[in-house]
Design a protein around this ligand. Structure first.
Ligand code: AMP
Ligand code: MG
Length: 352
């Protein structure tokens, strides 16, 4: 057991205060230790990306398969030059969205250890906009390799409490900077040519946002489908069951009326229904024995994104047998919700 140090930083703290509070965390990163820290997407579990040994510690703490590569976090977009071979598309994306919740996969330079990139010839880079994340990278003086700070297979953490639940005693330090603003992991694109990318993971920065820059976007099949037998994942993380709560999760594609008929035709006793705020009273009166969970307003997908992982983690603690949830639309940030929810549901979708 490691004695995990907790550093608390108020979300509205001044920069000088943030820097002072982060000093011990930066020192831990420099000396090869593990620090969990907030970013605008989810909490990351960071280590010196240039150290093979430090990167390996991340896989061990998370129980993460060693072929699932880490994202390298940098404090300014130009820092990618030290670790990757960039091109025009990278700088187009950087000018529009960095610092911010986008990750770009590029050919790797020799400077990135094999362990950090999971043995691939490419490496993923991201420049976070969260002030705490950005200052931690700067103060550490090294790029920070960081996957989400959860145990492998459980939902990504969006608060320091989530990280504590999974990582107390396993890592050196947790920086608590309040709840993550986006709540879902970054958009990942792989650079294909000088004017095209492949979307590997949808996030807050949408396909529509990227196309608006005149960049061609192909959506990898695994974003919306399950991998076929023997198919090779473009992004190794796609092949693992992700965001999986203990309960069976089933997505219902249809109106609240149809969802209620479907559920009441079966006799569940220990179950929950995630629904939009507008439909809560209808579900509550029709399904008296269910726990009804508020997913936010139907049209407020940003708020749904912020609360999804917290809802899944809270539901996990209740040990439901089954959880029903609505199937999100695939437009805009809906595609990111859809991608995470079909994984949590292991692709169980009922068309009503
Ligand atoms: P996480 O850091 O937990 O959000 O997971 C990082 C995601 O980035 C995983 O799904 C990886 O498969 C993906 N990733 C990281 N590096 C690469 C790369 N070089 N090529 C493709 N996908 C990558
Ligand atoms: Mg993850």
């Amino acid at each position: 057991m490691i004695d995990t140090k907790i550093i608390r930083i108020p979300p509205d703290a001044e920069l000088s205060l943030i820097d002072e509070a982060l000093m011990p965390a930066a020192e831990i990163i420099r000396s090869g230790g593990l620090v969990a820290f907030p970013t605008e997407t989810v909490y990351g579990l960071g280590a010196d990306a240039t150290s093979e040994l430090a990167s390996k510690k991340i896989y061990a703490a998370k129980g993460r398969p060693s072929d699932n590569p880490l994202i390298i976090h940098i404090s300014t977009p130009e820092d990618a030059e030290g670790y990757t071979y960039t091109n025009g598309v990278y700088y187009k994306l950087a000018r529009a969205f960095m610092p911010g919740p986008i990750t770009v996969v590029l050919p790797s330079r020799e400077t990135v250890p094999e362990a950090t990139r999971g043995g691939l010839a490419t490496v993923a880079v991201r420049c976070p906009s969260s002030r705490i994340a950005n200052r931690l990278i700067k103060l550490s003086g090294v790029p920070i390799a960081a996957p989400s700070a959860n145990l492998s297979g459980s939902p990504s953490p969006t608060t320091a409490e989530h990280v504590m639940d999974d990582m107390m005693g396993r890592i050196d330090c947790i920086v608590d900077g309040g709840a993550s603003e986006v709540g879902l992991e970054s958009t990942i694109v792989s650079v294909k040519s000088d004017d095209s990318v492949v979307l590997l993971r949808p996030g807050k920065i949408t396909v529509e946002d990227i196309r608006a820059l005149g960049i061609e976007v192909e959506i990898a099949r695994a974003v919306t489908e399950s991998l076929r037998e023997g198919e090779i994942a473009l992004s190794p993380g796609m092949k693992y069951r992700h965001y999986a709560p203990g309960a069976e999760v089933v997505l219902l594609d249809g109106s609240p009326d149809k969802a209620i008929s479907y559920i009441s035709a079966r006799s569940y006793s220990n179950y929950a229904v995630i629904c939009y705020s507008e439909d809560i009273s209808q579900f509550e009166s029709a399904l008296g024995d269910a726990t009804i969970i508020d997913f936010g307003n139907r049209d407020d997908m940003k708020s749904q994104a912020r609360s999804l992982f917290d809802i899944l983690r809270a539901a996990d603690k209740q040990s439901y047998d089954i959880i029903f949830a609505p199937l999100p639309p695939t437009e805009d940030i809906g595609l990111a919700l859809y991608n995470r929810m079909i994984r949590a549901a292991a692709h169980k979708i009922i068309r009503l």
